[in-house]
Structure formats: C-alpha cells, structure tokens
Design a protein around this ligand. Structure first.
Ligand code: 7TS
Length: 408
C-alpha cells in the first residue's frame, strides 16, 4: 500500500494537535473519512437531495437510485445473496437491537437459551439480557481462556438443543481476538440455533463473506469504516427476515393501511420505517468503493503487520500490561501502564497530539474479568504507519517516566 497516497486522502490527519502532528489511534471508536466520502455526501446534498421511493420528479429518482445503489454495494461487499438481505440501520447497535427485539423475542420462551461471550460490547450483550428477561430464556456465556480467546470445545459444551440464538463478536474491540465464526455457526446450526455476528470491528478491517461464514445475521456500522456516522447495516438471511415482524412502523415500510390494520412492504423496506438515512447510505457506498479499490486483503495485511510491530515495541516498556492474545489479533492494542490511570495516560498522550481511547470501552463485564476498571487502547486503520507506533511508544516512555512512582 502506498501510505503517502492513502494518507493524503484523509484531510483531517494533516493538522497539529497541541503543537504536534496528529497521530490518530482511535479508529476502533470511529474511523476518519477520506475526501471521496466527504465529496460524495456533499455532492448528494448539492445535486441530488430529495426523499426516496416516492417522488416522480428527477431529484426523487436520483436520490432513490443513489440510496438503492449503496445497498447493492453493501450486498456485494459482504457477498450477500441479494439486496433484500441488506437492511439499512443507524449502526451496529441498532442492528443488534433489531434482531433481539424482532427475532429473539418472537422465538424464545421459558427454558430456551441465548449464548454469548463475556467479551461482547454492551451493544451485543444488553439486548440479549433484555430479550432473555422478557421471554424467560436463559443467557449463557461461553467462558474465556486466560488470554481472552474462546475454544471450540467450550462452544460445544455451552450450546445445546435448547439454544435458540448464538451471538458472538467477530472481533473484540478490547482484546483484538478474532473469533472462529464459521466453526461457531456450524455448531449453532447443528443445534437448530441461529448465528448472529457483531461485525462492528471486522467489516472495516477484513474481507467478510457472510455466505462463507454461514451466519444468519451480521451487524456493522458505517462510521468505523470510513463512512459517516448514523448509517449501519443489518444483514439477515432472507427466510429469517421474511419471518420477522418489523419493530418500527410508519412511512417507508408501509404497504396498505386501513383504520384498524396495515400491511408492510416487502424486504428490505419493511424494516426501514420513516425517511431513511439517505446521505449516510451514499457515504457508505463511497466508503465501500474506497476500501474495495485499496483491497480489503491489503488493508488486513497492513494492519496485521502494524499490530505485530506495535505489540512487540509496546512489550518492551517497563510496567506495561497488554491484554488479549499475542497471535491472531486484529488491529488494536489494549494496555495499562502500571497503576497509572488510563485516563491520565490518554490525557498525557493528547498533549503530544496522540489520540487513544481510555475507559471500559463499553465492555464492563470484560473489564471485571480482566480485573481492571478501565484500560487504554491504541487502534489502527489503513492510514496508520510504523512511525505512528514509534511516536506512541516514545510518548508512553515519557509518560512512564513522568508517572514513574506509579509504575515501580
Ligand atoms: N460492537 C462492537 C464490537 C463495537 O466495538 C462497537 C463500538 C459496537 C458494537 C457499537 O457500534 P455503534 O457504531 O453502534 O456504536 N465500539 C466502540 C469502541 O470500541 N469505542 O467506541 C465505540
């Protein structure tokens, strides 16, 4: 990958923060946007903006074409069988809540099981807690190994014939663990359960093929993959989506309405109540074009190399604890520096122009399992370089010296 060419396409990266060139290491929270995405959204508002699926006028049909064109790009990007399987949502959180409210509550009952892991983001944990409480189902957890991974043997032990849903993150936003979704899906299916995947941290960073994974639902957010905030996707197998009731009613999703009853449009529109996030979808389409042109495999390889480099360099710092496995990890490194509070680490790094995230990363049960209240996290994307990692390591070294008393 030509790093200079790639970095030139992200205007935001070329500025000083607190007197230092910005090093952005928080893409797991939200990625930066390339010029082509910013321009596509701008062009849409300057030339094509109108509501979709209703106007017979030219702008209405241009907006509809742009919106539905983006859906085709998404379907191709994840290798869905058809655009009917692509529901536009507000993001991964909304997508997962849609499955928990629209599917889980309909199929689960007393004594049934929903299986997840302790490494889930709250967005893939609380919706299942709520669905379990509402239906009398039991929420079960596949246990974690000391390095934060799960084993297939434990999946086999946890999933039973009473399991209706298995929902696992493809990539952990804290541990960087990449879960073996295809193998887990095969076990879920053998027991008649459906496989839900939280793809918030995988879709932006690797080639995803939902048919090869054979997952039933796959959720992700645009803003973590170069697209604007406010747009996301729920992929679902057509037969399952056909059998599901919508959870939002009005506007776009309506077919025929009487005083006492109503019918819905066909897929995918039945799940898209109200005026959809048209400009967001246009931006997501442009982001997919941008990522695809560079190549998802090339992006994955770049991040893999960079993360290995970061892991090795960070490991040399006295008093550092790095969480998650050393091998087979995605593009982020989560750590603590002795007893220094991660918010202090992030604040000192910010004074040097380096943006990292500190906190519980919306994974409180995982923090408890790690026996910490919070951590710092550096997360990488296609625009990050080894020089960024070197700057981080140097800055952490200085932070370490500053807080030496707390590191020992
Ligand atoms: N699932 C995972 C694995 C995530 O990392 C996130 C966001 C979500 C779901 C929710 O995505 P949203 O776009 O609907 O908010 N993760 C993070 C993070 O790690 N730091 O900030 C947001």
């Amino acid at each position: 990958m030509n790093m200079q060419l790639i970095r030139e396409q992200f205007p935001i990266l070329h500025q000083d923060i607190n007197g230092h060139p910005l090093i952005y290491l928080d893409s797991a929270a939200s990625s930066q946007k390339p010029r082509s995405v910013i321009d596509a959204v701008k062009r849409y508002y300057e030339w094509d903006n109108a509501n979709v699926h209703r106007g017979v006028h030219t702008l209405g049909s241009r907006a509809t074409d742009a919106y539905e064109g983006a859906r085709e790009k998404v379907a191709k990007f994840i290798n869905a069988a058809s655009t009917q399987e692509i529901i536009f949502t507000r993001g991964a959180t909304t997508s997962l809540n849609l499955v928990a409210s629209g599917y889980a509550r309909a199929v689960c009952g007393e004594g049934d099981e929903i299986v997840i892991t302790p490494m889930e983001h709250h967005a893939n944990l609380i919706p299942w807690q709520q669905a379990a409480k509402a239906t009398g189902a039991t929420l079960k957890y596949i246990p974690l190994q000391p390095d934060g991974t799960i084993t297939i043997e434990d999946v086999e032990k946890t999933v039973t014939d009473r399991t209706k849903i298995v929902s696992v993150t493809h990539v952990s936003n804290v541990l960087g663990v990449i879960n073996p979704i295809k193998e887990i899906a095969a076990i879920a299916h053998r027991h008649g359960a459906v496989m839900v995947v939280d793809g918030a941290q995988s879709a932006p960073h690797m080639a995803v093929d939902v048919r090869n994974l054979d997952c039933d639902f796959y959720a992700f957010s645009g803003h973590k993959m170069c697209a604007p905030t406010g747009i996301g996707v729920l992929y679902g197998k057509k037969a399952l989506l056909d059998g599901m009731e919508p959870i939002e009613f009005g506007g776009e999703m309506i077919d025929h309405v009487d005083l006492q009853d109503a019918t819905w449009k066909e897929l995918p529109w039945k799940f898209e109540g109200g005026t959809p996030i048209i400009a967001g979808a246009v931006g997501l389409g442009a982001a997919i074009d941008f990522l695809t042109e560079i190549g998802m495999d090339a992006i994955e390889q770049h991040e893999h190399k960079l993360t290995a480099y970061a892991y090795d360099r960070l490991s040399t710092l006295d008093g550092i604890t790095i969480y998650g496995p050393q091998q087979n990890r995605s593009g982020l490194v989560t750590f603590n520096l002795g007893e220094v509070h991660p918010h202090d680490v992030a604040t000192v790094l910010d004074t040097k122009g380096i943006a990292v995230r500190a906190g519980h990363h919306c994974c409180q049960p995982l923090m408890r399992w790690l026996n910490v209240s919070s951590t710092a996290r550096a997360s990488f994307y296609l625009y990050n370089t080894e020089e960024d990692v070197d700057r981080l390591v140097d800055a952490l070294q200085e932070t370490r010296e500053f807080f030496g008393y707390a590191i020992g």
